[in-house]
Write a protein that binds this ligand. Structure first.
Ligand SMILES: C[S@@+](CC[C@H](N)C(=O)[O-])C[C@H]1O[C@@H](n2cnc3c(N)ncnc32)[C@H](O)[C@@H]1O
Length: 308
C-alpha cells in the first residue's frame, strides 16, 4: 500500500512538473480537447457544429447590454480555467460550455466506455428531486448564482415555472449566451453581471438561492462571503441550496493522485474546495444545520434554511 502510495505521489509530482512546461501543457490541453470532441460525437453531439452556430451570431449588442464595466474581477477569477487561457472571460468557453457540460456529464452514471447523452439532465434532475423534497413551500423568487450560460437557471424554471428567476454570473460572455438562449425559448429571466459575494441586490428578496457547480471554482474566502451574501439576500425561512463535486465520494477518495493532479490543472481552486468543511461554513454564515445528500456517484447536494 505504502509502495503504491509512493508511486502515485511520485506520478503526481511528475505530472505536475511536466504540466509546468508550457508546450507540453498546451499539447495535453489539445489532446484532452480532442478526446472530449470525440466523446461528444459518440453521444451524437456535433461539438464543432454547435460552436460554429453560436460563433456566427453578432454578440456586440447583447454583451454591451449586460456587461457592468465598473466591475473589478478578483484575482482568483482571472486564472486559466478548464484549459482555457482566459478562463471564464472569453467567447470560446462561452460557446463551448453547453456542449462541454453534456459531454463531461455523459459518463457520471454509465462510465467512460458507455457515455450517455442524458447524463447532464439526470444530474440536474437528481438535484431538483432534493430541492422538491426538502423545500416544502414552492419558491416564488429564485437567484441562481454562477449561472454561466443559464443551463441551471432554465432547468430551475422547469421545476418552478411560476417563480421569478434571476441568473447571476461574473462572466459577461456566459451571460450573453444565457440571454440569447432565454430569448430563443421565450423565457423571462433577469441576467445580472455581478460578483456573487457582493451582488448589490436587495436584502431579503429571494426564497431560494441556488448554486449549481459554482463552489469548486472558488477559494475558501469568497465561498464564505458568498454564503453570507446569500444569507443576506434570503427572506427569513428561505433556502440556500448547492450541487457540486462530492469530495467524500469513493470516486474522488480512491482517485489516483496523478489523475487528481491532472484534474486540478484545469480547476485551480479544487484543493481549497476539497479541504473545506462546507457544512460548517454554511452554519458559520448563519444558516441552520444543512442537509447534505449524495445525488450522484460523485456529486452532493447541500440544502440549508435561513432561520425565521
Ligand atoms: C461551472 S460554472 C456553473 C455552471 C452552471 N451553473 C450550469 O449549471 O451550467 C461556474 C460559474 O461560476 C461563475 N463564477 C465563478 N466565480 C464567481 C463569482 N465570484 N461570482 C459570480 N459568478 C462566479 C463562473 O463565471 C462560471 O460561469
Amino acid at each position: 500500500m505504502t509502495n503504491n502510495n509512493n508511486q502515485f505521489n511520485l506520478a503526481s509530482v511528475l505530472v505536475s512538473r511536466v504540466l509546468d512546461i508550457k508546450p507540453i501543457a498546451q499539447l495535453a490541453r489539445k489532446q484532452a480537447r480532442e478526446m472530449m470532441i470525440k466523446r461528444a460525437g459518440k453521444i451524437g453531439i456535433d461539438w464543432r457544429g454547435n460552436v460554429e452556430q453560436l460563433r456566427a451570431l453578432d454578440w456586440n449588442e447583447i454583451i454591451e447590454s449586460i456587461r457592468d464595466r465598473s466591475l473589478t474581477y478578483p484575482d482568483y477569477y482571472t486564472l486559466p480555467f478548464h484549459a482555457y487561457p482566459e478562463g471564464n472571460l472569453d467567447w470560446e468557453p462561452a460557446w463551448e460550455v453547453e456542449t462541454a457540460a453534456l459531454t463531461v456529464h455523459s459518463t457520471i452514471w454509465s462510465g467512460g466506455e458507455n457515455p450517455q447523452v442524458d447524463g447532464d439532465a439526470q444530474l440536474r434532475q437528481s438535484y431538483h428531486e432534493n430541492l422538491v423534497k426538502y423545500i416544502k413551500d414552492e419558491p416564488q423568487s429564485i437567484l441562481d448564482i454562477g449561472c454561466s450560460v443559464g443551463m441551471s437557471t432554465m432547468a430551475l424554471h422547469g421545476i418552478y415555472p411560476r417563480a421569478q428567476l434571476t441568473g447571476l454570473d461574473l462572466s459577461p460572455y456566459y451571460l450573453s449566451v444565457a440571454q440569447h438562449r432565454a430569448e430563443e425559448k421565450k423565457l423571462e429571466i433577469r441576467w445580472i453581471h455581478a460578483l456573487a459575494e457582493s451582488t448589490g441586490l436587495k436584502e431579503k428578496s429571494f426564497d431560494l438561492v441556488s448554486a449549481f457547480l459554482l463552489f469548486h471554482e472558488l477559494p475558501q474566502k469568497p465561498t464564505l462571503e458568498i454564503l453570507q451574501e446569500s444569507y443576506r439576500l434570503l427572506k427569513p425561512g428561505g433556502y440556500f441550496a448547492m450541487m457540486d463535486m462530492n469530495p467524500q465520494s469513493t470516486i474522488y477518495r480512491e482517485m489516483p493522485a496523478y489523475i487528481l493532479t491532472l484534474l486540478k490543472s484545469t480547476e485551480p481552486h479544487l484543493d481549497e474546495y476539497f479541504t473545506l468543511d462546507f457544512g460548517a461554513t454554511v452554519t458559520k454564515a448563519g444558516f441552520a444545520e444543512p442537509t447534505i445528500i449524495s445525488n450522484s456517484p460523485r456529486h452532493r447536494t447541500v440544502i440549508a434554511q435561513k432561520p425565521y
